[in-house]
Ligand binder design. Sequence first.
Ligand code: GLN
Length: 279
Amino acid sequence: MKFTKILALLLAAIMCFGMLTACGGSGDDKKTTDSTEGTKAPADSNSPADSDAPADNTSGKVFKMGTNAAFPPYEYKEGEKFVGIDVEIADAIAKKLGGTLEIVDMEFDSIITAVNQGEVDFGIAGMTVTEDRLLEVDFTSSYATGVQVVIVKEGSDIKSLDDLEGKKIGVQLGTTGDIYATDDYGKEFVTQYGKGADAVIALKGGDVDAVIIDNEPAKAFVAENEGLTILDTEYAVEDYAIAVKKGNTDLLDDINEALEELTVDGTIDRIIAKYIKAE
Ligand code: GLN
């Protein structure tokens, strides 16, 4: 018993020595407030990237992804399992970089802080690249486009962006929808919710007159809730990218390289097509 323990320690020491990245790195030893024990993206998650796993898949690094798993189809939960476009893209990137993925679920507006404090290695959450955020974190190349749209009740008198003046608008806290709506229509007209789904419930209940949110979650929420519709107007068109700690160019370059490969070999398109059916 003792001998096996010593052997294990010895092995661990040798491995650490050989693979500095596995033992050092960005805050692996740090406490995560909302860690998702037992909910790591499973190896059998049907990720199209599974079959693409490189032969040198040996660094063993656990890449922690910060996200807000209430944003379908990018990240959400099916039972206890995390699924979605971002989850699968992050899983494929982690594999390309020779490691595995761990998902840390948190409020959307905590992700940038978590990235900067090293609680997670990167943030992927349908996150829009904005100039303000670029002051805080670095972003990889963009892997998807998002559009801010307006959800209203069917038959609403809100038919255009101008009609939103003086109306009560629900948003998800800290998102670009929140920031733009506050700028354009005034803070007093904007109600922030922790989750987009809660803003939608508020809309159904008449607490707000409209919800401004990204188009794909908007479609998912409208499909799940009768009596809602999306205005045929684009409030803002945006690029989604992955946030890494400012100045961590090694990781930024690694992720960009992985993203490039996954784009060229069609993995990204396959993942997106799995969750977003062509209309
Ligand atoms: N794209 C929006 C933003 O970056 C919303 C993202 C989200 O709610 N997960 O602010």
